[in-house]
Structure formats: structure tokens, C-alpha cells
Design a protein around this ligand. Sequence first.
Ligand code: SF4
Length: 449
Amino acid sequence: MTKFISKYATAAVPRYTSYPPATQFHDRVDEHIYRRWLESISSDDSLSLYVHVPFCETLCWYCGCHTSVPNSEDRVAQYVEALHAEISRVGECVSGLAKVKHLHFGGGTPNYLKPDVLIAVIERLMAAFTFESNAEIAVEVDPRSLDDGHIKALAGYKNVRISMGIQDVSLDIQKNVNRIQPFDQVVKLVGQLRDVGISSINMDLMYGLPGQTVEHVRKSAMMAASLKPDRFAVFGYAHVPWFKKNQRAIDEKLLPGGQERLDQADAARDTLVECGYDRIGLDHFAKPDDAMARAQKGGTLRRNFQGYTADPANILIGFGASSIGSFTSGFVQTEPNVKKYREAIFEGRLPIVRGLEFSGNDNLVGSIIEKLMCNFEIDLNDFDQETGRAKDRFLPVLAALQPLQDDGLVEISCSVVKVTETGKPYIRNIAACFDEYWEKSSARHSRAV
Ligand code: SF4
């Protein structure tokens, strides 16, 4: 396996939460195009809404999210005011016949907003869009600051899912990343959520953190699994200090090497599988009766900007600084700078600064990569039903995959490309062979494993 580390694990490849990847976005997609896409939404479409809250109480040193510690309450209040205006403005462009299936709050820390403020944003969304009666409301929370008020307020909705970061339960690792979170606090919080009827719970774990060993990862996975959440996401720490300043506080001498990272990823996977979770795609795990596990078994699992999802909506509308929207014609991204985002909203604009309009093979390649990332197997003929000769069309891709087949990462038989067990950790490298934009020399992506 060691030979794969220098060859594949350290390669910079996109995470393929979208195709083309966000690194291809450009400023020729503006608010006029966005408005056109919003206005073309019809009753045949279903919606997923995403709200970004770019604030945290403190910064965890490993964090790669778009967030900051606000220096005044005014800054937060003005952001929320802008968010309300954006929701109303976008809602006016969208046909009320398209129904919302899923609402997701991410960040940052959505529970940085006080309970009444968070609820007012939900209510504004519900007034501006038509929600399905069983629409899911998913909220990423920081367990250190989710208080009784938040829990009580969220319990007022029917289908709430809470995602919480655990990362690593050991105090020595928590100190290395500036995130002290006693496990007792998590145990208490899970009990409180279940007491009020919020039973859909996701947890995030990490490997590759400074000082982490296989034992740390195993212990964290065991302890977290003992609380029986429905789903886990296990992320490898992506060290990009040239891009994320907060990561410069991390002691690089303590970062695990390539083989150790692989061993830690394996330890997390094996522990969660032993605890009864199904492996979902590259880095998610779910109880066998969970909607995500059912979606994987039924071939309907999707991958979007939040990672793997069972959300079937075909349109994603993003609100808040840096949020991304996904339409049948392309992607849009909102101004990431909080001050400029607010200014754009208060000037009466939709604050779109970049995006991408699909062209050429984008849709086709995007479908192939999404299926590959979700199912680890594709039949190229399924993507070229007109001629049934997709294999010929993909000859250059198959040539690019040949060295990976020689290394035992994929098996190619007629038009079927199947990722082997050995190849699963390198699924991003395999997907990259289909990617028409991928430059091997680009350092703009994180390492594959
Ligand atoms: S990991 Fe979560 S709580 Fe920590 S800085 Fe990032 S968004 Fe904030």
C-alpha cells in the first residue's frame, strides 16, 4: 500500500461535491443569470434551501469553513437583516408551485444565532417558499453552545435533524486544535434532544488531526457510536494553511503521515461498521434503516455541496455569504465577504459574484462522477443511451484509468467501471480521470486521502 501514498493519496484532487468543481467558477455568471434561473423554476422542480451562518464563538484551528468570530453584535444583526431581505427577494422570483423538500443551516455555527433569531429566519423562509409538509430541517450545531432555548425552539418543528461536530473525544487532541469539548457535554445534549423528540442526529468525526493516532480515532468512533446517532461523516483533516489562516496555529510536526492517515481512516470505518453502521460512499456511515442507507441501496443516493445526501431535490438555493446554488443550467455563488454581501443586499441586488453555466460535456461528466462517488460502479452505456457506444466516446478516460486498473484500484469490463475495495479510498483520483478540467499540477485542491 505504501506505493499508493506518494502516487495517489497526496495528489491534489477535487472533493467532487459538484462538477465542474467550484475552482472553475468565474465572474461572468452574475445576478441577471441567477434571476433568470430562479424565474425558470417550475412545478416540476423540487427545492433544497441552504442558509449559511458565517459566525463562531471561537475558531477551531483545523476549520476549513467560511466563518469568523464577529467583533460586535451589530455585525450579526445586520447580517441577519440582510438574510431576511435576500430570502424575500429570491422568494419573489420563484414560483410557489415548486416545493421545498429540505432546509439546511450550515456555517460557521448556525446556533450562534439566538433561538428567536434562528426561528425568525426559518419562518421567513416558510413565508417566502412553499414547504412540503414533511420537509426536513437540518441544522449543524456546535454542541458547546447549543442551549435549552435552541432545543425548545427547534422542537416546535416536525422533521428536525441535528448535525454536531465531535471530531475527537480525547482532551490532548482537542487541545491541539483549540476545541475543548468534554464528551459528557455531548452525552447530555443527545439526551436533551431525544427528550424533546428530536431523534435524527448526525455526528462528524475527523482523522489526520495533529497528534492523532489510530487509537484516538478508534476510541472516538466507539464512544460516539455508543450514543447511537443515525449517521456519521468522517473527514480527513485538509491542511491548507496558505488558504486558511487559522490552520497556521497547528503544529505541523504533529500531523500524521500518509500511511498513518490511511490507517486512521480504516480504523474509523472498521469501528463504525463493527458498531452496525452501513458504509455510505467515501466517508459517510448510516444505520441500515436510515434514509441515506436506503437511498444507497436503492441507487438514489446523491452528492452535493454538503456531501452525501438522500435529499432528492433537483434545485439548491443558497442564502448568506459564500453560499452556493445549484440549478439545472449551472451554479451560482454569493459574495463571500460578509460586509460586501450586506452592502449588495442593501443596494437592492442579488449578491452573486461568480458561478458557472454548464456547457459541453459538463452535465454528462457530472452525472458520471456523482454516480461513481455514490455507487462505486458505473456502466458507461447508461450515460449514452442514444448510441449505446459510450465506451468508444470515453476511450481517452479508459486510457487514463488503465494505470489505476494495473494497480488494482478499478476493474474495467466492457462498459462497466467498478471501484475495488483497494480503490475505494482513492475514489477521488478515479473520478478525476473523467474530469475535463482537472490539472494534475493544480495545488488548489486538498490531498486525496
Ligand atoms: S469547526 Fe465549526 S465551530 Fe469550529 S470554527 Fe469551524 S465552523 Fe466554527
